[in-house]
Ligand binder design. Sequence first.
Ligand code: FES
Ligand SMILES: [Fe+2]
Length: 437
Amino acid sequence: MTDVEGPAIASLIQPDRVHRTIYTDAAIFEAEMARIFERTWIYIGHESQIPAAGGYYATTIGRRPVVMVRQRDGAIVVLHNRCAHKGALLVPRGAGNVKAFRCAYHGWCYHLDGQIMTIPRESGYAASGFGKHRREANMPPVARYGVYRGFVFASLAAEGPALEDWLVGVGGSIDNMIDRSPEGALEIVAPPLRYRMRVNWKFHVENLNDLLHPMVAHQSATEAGRRTASRHVEPGEKAPMAIEILAPFSNSYDFFEEMGLHAFPYGHSYSGGRTSIHAAYSDIPGYHEALERTYGEARTQEILSTNRHNTVVYPSLTLKGAIQTIRVVKPIAVDCTEIESWTFRLKGAPDELLRRSVLYNNLINSSAGLVQPDDHEAYLRLQHGLLSEGLDWVSMHRHLGEEQQDGDGGRSATGSSDMVFRNQYREWQRLMTEEAA
Ligand code: FES
Ligand SMILES: [Fe+2]
């Protein structure tokens, strides 16, 4: 049995390397669910998924089923998705709308805030003292939940940093995605792409800020795209949107180095900023004008020149503000991870923006796209390669000690640095070894 207690678990993380078993050991995975996912802030969903009273979205925090619900006064609450009677899920995973929650097993009914409403044949409980007056007859709220500009997060731990403080450095990535809407608002208009990979969740969370892989792992797909385009697009003619999206994945080492990395407390990070693979997309007619009407010229320039590549809100949310997609990480088992990839509509922007975001999701993020399958293949090779006992450690040495301290509480480094991974594992070690409050 693997020892997952303090000193043993702490020793798996060193300043310049991590032990291979953190990706392969089922006991470590169980400890991660309890100490990371079920303790820190986890992304639940976006407020636009539940626009009307009674709208709900049921999902999980680690292994635990929860549901976010829109109240009649417009507020959002996050409840444990569990009947107070014998424990059945009140609603299956996914979205819906109810006047009240009615359990499918014996019919206990709950108000939208989780308070018990009716218990069929309640008089039978009288002798036991149980009944609707007892607090344990309600669906309880989760320990803490909060909404950051429409993005709903929840935590199963009563103690911990406030949501706004916890989002240090990466709240700005959410802000930039919202600011790209002429109305300052986002909307989810379709269900996500959802797929499972037979790999550990941490490979995805690391890979999104791994700028040393695109020109290798994505070389064949992007070069095929470029070749096809060169045959069909006349010199001087604008390339199709799909090619604009795909081609930068095989940009040079220097390009990705230049993008740079930024790391923050709590394991958060982002790559890019001034420039990224999203910086050279063509203008969409009417979009600039719509933004300028809201923000004026200078602020519009500022919004559109912030081109972060991937932001990791550790451990569960990864987002791309510049193309309005997010990917939500759902660990299932030590070697199984589910990804949900959502697109957002920028309210008040031309429809072409949503088309580009959907195209990006299908072409890049989808398990049937041209880029994600390359990453998936790399994760599978990692998952299998790390079963080897030939070497025990995974290298995190690159550009060690070459990080700059920034004024915003973060640190920055050249694009190919392992700084972001070292930062994630510092937080992993802190959460895995910290006593629960
Ligand atoms: S388990 Fe829900 S009413 Fe019995
Ligand atoms: Fe990739």
